[in-house]
Design a protein around this ligand. Structure first.
Ligand code: PLP
Length: 368
């Protein structure tokens, strides 16, 4: 099987597995307890927090461990809109943001969804202009999960801050971190979401960076873990695996970039004249192609039968024949959107898989 759906999830890195193993057996304590069994777990959790913070360029108390990217996004938005605060976001955000924003609207918050251009780019001026006195959070993703388009987060932060210094700025960097380092001060954000399973950690664990002094209202109430910001016994094993994967992904950046870029170059070269890139520029691992006259769900099934895993849209939507809201926002009609297939390369990709995958695509197209 050639796996080109790393944007949906990527295999765990061996470093993550190795780091997690003791937590399935000997180190089983509840990190909130006071005896030495608990202390071992607590120490592991706090070491992981410090290491994650160092990689993101923040202080360890600014890292809140969560149950994944969705929870981080929900906490970022819901945490600053109690009492009806408003949200400004973009039309191409992940459902975790857009559906949370829709739920907030039903509770009386004002939500403004800023459109994107035909290449999926958010204009920082439009984001800034949409912010008003009711706005408490601005949320724009660092890179899109379907197309891989990178958004100008630093510029958005700079503009919003200059006119509305009290608004919290959130970015969902869930796809971005798989191939690029994240530094919260370079982005200039107050809140940033990551999800472990997109960069070689386990599923069901993530983090939210919360800038010091940015008091947020928790979504999960209870025992007051994570300094009251996210109650519930922490997933110590998952957190340790996530941070080991962050470390592995960070030290593997140069090799990753070389192999993924080469595989993607060979893939797109072999498909020239058949599949067309929908966006000129994206994260290195995304190849979002349009195949004129093809129905993506059918093509993805044919590819799967021949041993190539790709996706007709983002993972959460595949299976349902809903038209991608990302492509709709870029001005595609239903037929145009249904010609698009997402191929996402990852840390296990070998350069020669580029031409092998392209050969499978060509065979599948011929068998129409
Ligand atoms: N945000 C983006 C951009 C994503 O791609 C995803 C996963 O598809 C999520 C959030 C949700 O993350 P999780 O699967 O950890 O809930």
């Amino acid at each position: 099987m050639i796996y080109l759906d790393h944007g949906a999830t990527t295999p765990m890195r061996p470093e993550a597995w190795d780091a997690m193993a003791p937590f399935a057996t000997t180190v089983f304590g509840n990190p909130s307890g006071s005896h030495s069994v608990s202390r071992q777990a607590k120490n592991a959790l706090e070491e992981a927090r410090e290491e994650a913070a160092a990689m993101l360029g923040c202080a360890s108390l600014e890292v809140v461990f969560t149950g994944g990217g969705t929870e981080s996004d929900v906490l970022a938005l819901a945490g600053y809109t109690t009492g009806g605060g408003g949200v400004v976001t973009s039309a191409v955000e992940h459902e975790a943001v857009l559906e949370t924003a829709a739920a907030l609207t039903r509770r009386g918050s004002k939500v403004v969804v800023v459109p994107v251009d035909s290449l999926g780019r958010v204009d920082p001026e439009r984001v800034s202009a949409a912010v008003d006195r009711e706005t408490t959070v601005v949320s724009v993703m660092a890179a899109n999960n379907e197309t891989g388009v990178i958004q100008p987060i630093s510029e958005i932060s700079r503009l919003v801050r200059s006119s509305h210094p009290h608004v919290r700025i959130h970015t969902d960097a869930v796809q971005y971190f798989a191939s690029k380092d994240v530094n919260v001060s370079e982005f200039g954000v107050d809140l940033l979401s990551l999800s472990a399973h997109k960069f070689g950690g386990p599923k069901g664990v993530g983090l939210l960076y919360v800038k010091e002094g940015t008091e947020l209202e928790p979504v999960l109430h209870g025992g007051g873990q994570e300094m009251g910001r996210r109650s519930g016994t922490q997933n110590v094993m998952g957190v340790v695996g996530m941070v080991a994967a962050m470390r592995a992904a960070t030290s593997d950046r140069a090799r990753y970039r070389r192999d993924v870029e080469e595989a993607r170059r060979r893939f797109e070269l072999a498909l020239e004249g058949v599949g067309f890139r929908t966006v000129p520029d994206s994260l290195v691992q995304h190849s979002h192609l349009s195949f004129p006259g093809v129905v993506n769900e059918t093509l993805v099934i044919k590819l799967d039968r021949r041993g190539l895993a790709a996706s007709a849209a983002s993972a959460c939507q595949s299976g349902a024949s809903k038209v991608s809201h990302v492509l709709t926002a870029m001005g595609y009609d239903r037929d145009q959107a249904r010609q698009c297939v997402r191929f996402t390369f990852g840390w296990t990709t070998r350069p020669d898989e580029g031409e092998q995958a392209a050969a499978i695509v060509l065979e599948s197209l011929e068998s129409r």
